[in-house]
Write a protein that binds this ligand. Structure first.
Ligand code: PLP
Length: 411
């Protein structure tokens, strides 16, 4: 991989994240739980404060100056998202409350309109619960069938098996771009083109991709793409659903209420144009506005630089962990982001997580909202470290030493 550009200065980046500069249990915080949520840089926090201090107002309906300012900021954020994922039009960007909400939106609308009895939906064995349960609920309601793409021992999708699952009853394929529990980057370009061959639509769960790798919905030809602002250095409670214009226009609205209508009478309601048709009620204005700043922050660092840096962290951590005989890595795909899951023979993942926390190191333990995946590996859960732009090799060294000392003391 090419080297990192000069502006990717780790010291400067760390300075931007106030939360990192604290002690936990008497030790400097090492935050390795970025797949759960990322920390927020000062400009994002300032954008939030700026909105509330300077121009808090409801959007779209007001004609006064503050309302106009808030509306403009909200719509500028939509354009920033459009560019960030290379969508054709800003109207193809719907603001939701998170990836979970985005997926539920597709299940409730596309599912309502286009999935019928005996139709088939395909997901994969490595999905987050939020990309499993909405489809199970839909299948139950519609008497449709849920099919699962299997994985190999490295935690990669078996594409030949996927192709065998596709039939002319396949209406939707919904898979993660990147697995939250394993870090596997899935070959979604191939999945999308194969699914399109049988006329199925494809939803990509990009929750774990948007902060780490390039996302180009036009190049991918994704029908739907979803992600969460809070995993992209933005605020919680805001998500994105991208959908192709024609598709969004062809599906019914999600929630009913203000903003999503053109005209309401007691006899009949006509619905607004996209994206507003899917944005009933007062949205999460402040957080959407601050999302734009988060995107600008990522753009300034450069996705390519982020990828290169995080790959270095991944390699460093993987090679150190591989040297510990008691550690078994779960998920060793060839193409991965900076997520490492592991178990330690004879030690429970929860105990390891608590002992690491006592040393100021925040990791995630458990099933990572991917219980079926854990079942595939025959385990209950793992310890997961997920690394981001502000993590360092020195932090990884401290973590590995801490893990070794836990293992030697408690095994
Ligand atoms: N999909 C994946 C792959 C995830 O990792 C997560 C969250 O961890 C989600 C979906 C759900 O995201 P949210 O909780 O922001 O809705």
């Amino acid at each position: 991989m090419e080297g990192i550009a000069k502006k990717f200065d780790i010291k400067e980046i760390r300075e931007d994240f106030p939360v990192l500069h604290q002690e936990i249990n008497g030790k400097p915080l090492i935050y390795f739980d970025n797949a759960a949520t990322t920390q927020k840089p000062k400009p994002v926090i300032e954008a939030l404060m700026g909105y509330y201090i300077g121009y808090n107002s409801n959007i779209h309906r007001g004609i006064h100056t503050l309302a106009e300012k808030a509306t403009n900021a909200f719509e500028e954020s939509r354009k920033a998202v459009q560019k960030f994922i290379n969508a054709d039009e800003a109207e193809e960007i719907i603001f939701t409350y998170g990836t979970t909400d985005s997926i539920n939106l597709v299940a409730a609308t596309f599912g309502r309109a286009f999935i019928g009895k005996d139709d088939e939906i395909i997901i994969s064995a490595m999905e987050h619960h939020s990309n499993i349960v909405p489809w199970q609920m839909l299948c139950e309601q519609k008497e449709a069938k849920l099919k699962i793409i299997p994985i190999n021992g490295k935690g990669e999708l078996i594409l030949e098996e996927f192709e065998k699952l596709l039939t002319n009853r396949t209406k939707l394929v919904s898979v993660a771009h990147v697995s939250n529990a394993l870090g596997t980057i899935n070959p979604i370009d191939r999945i999308i083109s194969k699914a399109h061959e049988v006329g199925a639509k494809v939803l990509i769960d990009g929750a774990q991709a948007s902060a780490h790798i390039e996302v180009d919905v036009k190049k991918l030809k994704a029908d739907f793409y979803s992600f969460s602002a809070h995993k992209l250095f933005g605020p919680t409670g805001t998500g994105i659903l991208y959908g192709k214009r024609k598709l969004l226009e062809s599906i019914p609205p999600y929630r009913g209420g203000g903003e999503m209508i053109k005209e309401v009478t007691f006899e009949k309601t006509s619905y607004n144009d996209i994206p507003y048709k899917f944005e009933a009620g007062t949205p999460n204005i402040a957080d959407v506005v601050a999302l734009k700043t988060a995107i600008e922050y990522v753009n300034e660092l450069g996705k390519r630089n982020i990828e290169v840096y995080e790959h270095e962290l991944l390699q460093h951590a993987t090679s150190l962990l591989s040297e510990i005989p008691e550690v078994k890595l779960i998920g060793t795909a060839d193409n991965k982001t900076s997520v490492i899951s592991f178990i330690v023979e004879g030690l429970h993942h929860l105990d390891i997580g608590m002992m690491l926390d006592a040393k100021g190191i925040a990791v995630r333990t458990g099933h990572h909202c991917a219980q079926p995946l854990m079942n595939e590996f025959g385990i209950e859960g793992t310890v997961r470290i997920s690394l981001s732009i502000y993590n360092t090799k020195e932090e990884i060294d401290v973590f590995v030493d801490a893990l070794k000392s836990i293992i030697s003391k408690w095994k």
